[in-house]
Design a protein around this ligand. Structure first.
Ligand SMILES: C[S@@+](CC[C@H](N)C(=O)[O-])C[C@H]1O[C@@H](n2cnc3c(N)ncnc32)[C@H](O)[C@@H]1O
Length: 227
C-alpha cells in the first residue's frame, strides 16, 4: 500500500470530523475554501431566487451562509454529523435568519420526500461511509426535475500547468501550491470517480442522470431527479 493511500484511508476513517479536527479545519482549510465556495454561492443565487437548499456535510457553514445572505428568498439547511461543526456554523450564521444547521447523517436525512429544490455538498463526499445511501437520500428528498451538486477534491484539476497558474493567481499559494496534495488526500482521483463512484451511482435512481466535470478547484457531480 502506498503512503498516500495509507494517509488517505486514515483520514477517511472518522466520517464525522472529531472536535479538535473541526476547530482546526475552521481555522485553516475552511478559510482557504471561502473564495471558491463564494463562487459556487454566486452560481446558485444567479439560478435560484426562492426554494429550499440542503448542504450535506456543511462543516463551518460558510457556503450555506453565503447563499442565505445573498438570497433572502431561499431557505438553506446545513446538515453535519459533527456537533462541533454545527456549533461553529451557528456562530458564523448569527444575524442570518434563512439558514439553519441541524445535526444528522446525510445517509438518513431528516427531511420529507420531494421537499428540496437543490442539494449541495463541498469537500464531504470522500468522508461518506455509505455513499450509495447518501445518493438514495438525495433522490428521495429532491423534488422531481431538481438537482444535487456534489463537489469534492480531484488532484487532476491541477495537472495542467496553465490551470494551476490560474488557480494560484486567483486563490493564492495554499490552493495553487498545496491544492494537488490536499485534493489527493481529501477527494478522489479522476480514475476513482470514473470507476468507484460511477459504480455506486449506477446502482442508484440517478443511474442515467448524472454528469461529472472538473470545474474550478473541484470535481463536480451533477445528479438530476428525472421527471
Ligand atoms: C471536510 S468537511 C467540509 C465542510 C464544508 N462543506 C466545507 O466545504 O468547508 C466535511 C464535513 O462533512 C461532515 N460529514 C461527513 N460525513 C457525513 C455524513 N454522512 N453526514 C453528514 N455530515 C458528514 C464532517 O463531519 C465534516 O464536517
Amino acid at each position: 500500500m502506498s503512503l498516500t493511500r495509507f494517509i488517505k484511508d486514515l483520514l477517511r476513517k472518522p466520517e464525522s470530523i472529531p472536535t479538535p479536527g473541526a476547530i482546526f479545519y475552521n481555522a485553516t482549510v475552511a478559510k482557504v475554501l471561502r473564495k471558491p465556495e463564494t463562487k459556487i454561492a454566486n452560481d446558485i443565487v444567479a439560478k435560484m431566487g426562492k426554494g429550499t437548499i440542503l448542504d450535506l456535510g456543511s462543516g463551518p457553514g460558510h457556503l450555506s451562509i453565503e447563499i442565505a445572505r445573498r438570497s433572502p428568498g431561499l431557505q438553506v439547511y446545513g446538515i453535519d454529523l459533527s456537533r462541533q461543526m454545527g456549533k461553529i456554523a451557528r456562530r458564523h450564521a448569527k444575524g442570518v435568519d434563512n439558514v439553519r444547521f441541524v445535526f444528522g447523517n446525510a445517509a438518513k436525512l431528516p427531511f420529507k420526500d420531494n421537499s428540496i429544490d437543490l442539494v449541495i455538498s463541498t469537500g464531504a463526499s470522500h468522508h461518506w461511509k455509505a455513499p450509495r445511501l447518501v445518493f438514495d437520500e438525495c433522490y428521495r428528498v429532491l423534488k422531481t426535475g431538481k438537482e444535487a451538486w456534489i463537489y469534492d477534491g480531484c488532484p487532476e484539476v491541477f495537472h495542467n500547468p496553465a490551470d494551476r497558474r490560474k488557480l494560484n493567481e486567483e486563490y493564492g499559494f495554499f490552493v495553487g501550491r498545496l491544492g494537488p496534495r490536499v485534493s489527493t488526500l481529501h477527494g478522489f482521483t479522476r480514475e476513482e470517480y470514473q470507476t468507484v463512484i460511477k459504480d455506486v451511482l449506477e446502482q442508484t435512481a440517478f443511474k442515467d442522470n448524472y454528469q461529472m466535470a472538473l470545474t474550478d478547484i473541484w470535481m463536480k457531480i451533477t445528479l438530476k431527479k428525472r421527471k
